[in-house]
Design a protein around this ligand. Structure first.
Ligand SMILES: [Zn+2]
Length: 256
C-alpha cells in the first residue's frame, strides 16, 4: 500500500514540476501563463498534450522537437524529476502531517527559485509572498495563533538580519553583494524555522555556494552568482534535518 503513496507523490511532483517550469519561465518576464500555449522555442510548433507529459514525452521524443528536430533543453525534464524525487523524500520524511505540507511548499519554492533565478537572475515577489502566507496559515492551524505571531516575528528578524548582512557586504566589497529577493527569501526562512536554525541556513548556503561560485568564476569569468537557490537548498536541508540538528545543539549545550 505504502508504495502506491510514493508513486502518487512522484507523479504529483513531476506534474507540478512541469507547471513550475512554465510559471518560472514566464512570470518573471511578465508573460501570461495560459497564452501562448507551450511551443517549441525554435519552430514555434504548438505542443500537443502527448508532447507535454512530464519526463515521458522527453524520453519518447529523444529530447527533440517532433516538428523541426531541434534539441530540447534538458533543463525541463530535469526540474520535473527533481520535484518528483523531492516530493517522495518529503512524504518519506514526514508522512501525512502538517510538516509534509510545509515541506512540499518549500520544495516548490526551491524549484521555482532555481528556474527563475538561474534563467533571469530574479525572483518574482509572488514566489515568496504566496508560500509565506500559506506557511503562516498552516503554522496557525497546527500550533495556534500565538505561535503564528511568534514565527512572523522570527521572519522579520531573519529579514532584518539579512538586510544588515547585505549592508555590510556592500561596504566590504564596494558593490551590490545580495539581491533584494535574497533578503525577502530570508523572511520565508525565518517564518519556517527558529532564529538559530535561520542563521544556520545562511552559513550552510554560503558554504555550499562558495566552491560553486569559485568554480564558475574560474570557468566562465561569471561574476553574478544567484544566491537564492543556495538559500533555498540550505533551508530544505535544515528543515528536513531539524530534529537531528536540534539534538546536536542540545548535546553541545549540555556538553559545555
Ligand atoms: Zn520545433
Amino acid at each position: 500500500m505504502e508504495i502506491y503513496y510514493y508513486i502518487l507523490f512522484f507523479i504529483f511532483g513531476i506534474c507540478l514540476g512541469s507547471f513550475y517550469n512554465v510559471l518560472a519561465m514566464r512570470l518573471p518576464k511578465g508573460e501570461s501563463i495560459i497564452k501562448p500555449k507551450s511551443h517549441c522555442p525554435k519552430c514555434l510548433h504548438e505542443l500537443k498534450w502527448y508532447e507535454l507529459i512530464p519526463i515521458i514525452s522527453f524520453i519518447i521524443q529523444k529530447g527533440k522537437c517532433k516538428n523541426c528536430q531541434a534539441k530540447l533543453s534538458f533543463f525541463y525534464p530535469f526540474t520535473e524529476l527533481v520535484t518528483g524525487l523531492l516530493f517522495v523524500i518529503s512524504y518519506y520524511s514526514f508522512g501525512f502531517s502538517y510538516d509534509l505540507i510545509i515541506a512540499l511548499i518549500l520544495v516548490s519554492v526551491f524549484v521555482l527559485v532555481i528556474v527563475s533565478d538561474l534563467s533571469y537572475l530574479l525572483i518574482p515577489d509572488s514566489f515568496i509572498l504566496i508560500p509565506s502566507i500559506l506557511i503562516l496559515i498552516i503554522t496557525i492551524l497546527e500550533s495556534g495563533f500565538e505561535i503564528g505571531i511568534r514565527q512572523l516575528a522570527f521572519g522579520l528578524f531573519a529579514f532584518l538580519l539579512m538586510y544588515f548582512v547585505m549592508l555590510l557586504g556592500n561596504k566590504l566589497f564596494k558593490k551590490e553583494s545580495l539581491g533584494g529577493a535574497d533578503i525577502k527569501l530570508m523572511f520565508l526562512v525565518g517564518l519556517t524555522l527558529d532564529p538559530m536554525l535561520s542563521i544556520l541556513v545562511i552559513f550552510l548556503a554560503s558554504i555550499i555556494a562558495l566552491p560553486v561560485s569559485l568554480f564558475l568564476l574560474v570557468k566562465n569569468k561569471e561574476h553574478i552568482i544567484p544566491y537564492g537557490p543556495f538559500l533555498m537548498l540550505g533551508l530544505l536541508i535544515v528543515f528536513f534535518m531539524k530534529m537531528d540538528i536540534q539534538e546536536i545543539f542540545n548535546a553541545l549545550l549540555t556538553w559545555f
